[in-house]
Every structure is written in C-alpha cells, then in structure tokens.
Design a protein around this ligand. Structure first.
Ligand code: HEC
Length: 107
C-alpha cells in the first residue's frame, strides 16, 4: 500500500513535469516565431490574449485546425480592426502545436 502511494506520487510528478516541459517548449516556439510581440497569455496586446481566444472557440471541436489556418493565412475582422499578418513559412506541425496550445489556455 505504502509503495503504491509512493509510485503514484512519482508518476504524477513525472507527468506534470513532462507537461510543464511541453508548455515551456511551446512558449519558446511562440516566442521564436514572433507571436509574443503581438500576443500575451492573459492580456490584449496588439492581438487578443490567448485566454480570450480559447474562450471564444471553446466547445468547437475543430478549433485547433481552424486557428492553425488563421495563423498561417492571417486573420482580419474577427477581433477588431487590426489584422494579423500571414505566417506562411511555419510548418504544419508547428502551427498545429501552437494552435492546440492556445486552445488549452485558461484563466
Ligand atoms: C503583428 C501582430 C501579430 C503577430 C506577429 C501575431 N498575431 Fe495573432 N493576431 C493578431 C491580431 C491583430 C489578431 C486578431 C485578427 C482578427 O481580428 O481577425 C490575431 C489573432 C490570432 C488568433 C485568433 C484567430 C482567429 O481565427 O480568431 C490566433 C490563434 C493567433 N492570433 C495566434 C498567433 C500565433 C500562434 C502567432 C505566431 C505565429 C501570432 N498570432 C502572431 C496579431 C498578431
């Protein structure tokens, strides 16, 4: 019993640090891709906060793919008067990683 509790604890710690690493890697990707010059997690900069994007599309099962398209092709008129430029040089995989990460942002 005692051993089980310890290994469960270790397993949980391992999983959450893997997740934290993943979160950090994605943030680094967003930074190196220039996203953070216009976006922040929890406040509007030039573009909407990632938390408000996640809230707007919550419940749409295809939101990750739709947002990846928006980032790739650029977006205008959905949030305000400032458009987002296209990011055509990003790989499909990176776009998907970033868009799905955006959808996990919660206040
Ligand atoms: C030059 C500033 C700028 C940069 C750089 C930028 N964005 Fe945006 N982003 C915006 C603006 C402005 C909007 C709102 C566009 C609109 O109203 O349709 C937006 C909207 C979005 C949306 C919501 C799109 C939708 O369909 O509602 C996502 C997701 C997003 N950005 C992610 C990113 C990611 C990821 C990057 C980096 C690859 C990035 N942005 C880089 C300014 C920027």
């Amino acid at each position: 019993m005692k051993h089980h509790a310890v290994s469960l604890l270790l397993l949980t710690m391992g999983l959450s640090s893997a997740w934290a690493q993943n979160d950090k890697d994605t943030l680094d990707l967003l930074k190196s891709s220039g996203c953070m010059t216009c976006h922040a997690k929890d406040e509007k900069v030039v573009g909407p906060s990632f938390q408000s994007i996640a809230a707007k599309y919550a419940g749409q099962s295809d939101a990750g793919d739709t947002l990846a398209q928006s980032v790739r092709n650029g977006s205008r008129g959905k949030w305000g008067r400032i458009p987002m430029p296209a990011h055509a040089s990003l790989s499909a995989e990176d776009l998907k990683t970033m868009a799905h990460w955006v959808m996990t942002q919660k206040p």
